[in-house]
Design a binder for this molecule. Sequence first.
Ligand SMILES: [Zn+2]
Length: 161
Amino acid sequence: MSEIDQMLAANGEWLTEFPGGLPVAPARKVAVVACMDSRMPLFGLLGLAVGDAHVIRNAGGVVTEDTLRSLTISQHLLGTRSVVLVHHTDCGLQKTTDADLADLVERTTGHRPPWTAQAFTDVDADVRESIRLIRSTPYLLSTEVRGTVYDVGTGELREAV
Ligand SMILES: [Zn+2]
């Protein structure tokens, strides 16, 4: 059975715990911007329940045009106001550079991507930059923007410094 077939089959189990219909606006008025890392179960590690928060994920949890698009919709249409960033230790984006990834893609496919990977070395500095980008976006309505770093080795979440 393929991985996707297994997921479709697993939905039967989910139906037994499905909490029922909920409002589209997140109950806790929070948007989470996080890395796509497979070791970060965000609802569990942040104490969130279904319906509590928007979760916007990408490689690195970086603030891109599309992150800002999603945050704008989250805030203007669906009432969120707090933004929490969740970056983490041992991130894939710390294991490459923008040039190395572009070179790899070009060698493999013959095409150089038009975007940069937004690789980083210092996770706290990257969180600070993401906070700065969100706070300086004039069309957002955020009342609180904070950043965190999750340790994938221990499960501990700390506020970025
Ligand atoms: Zn990551």
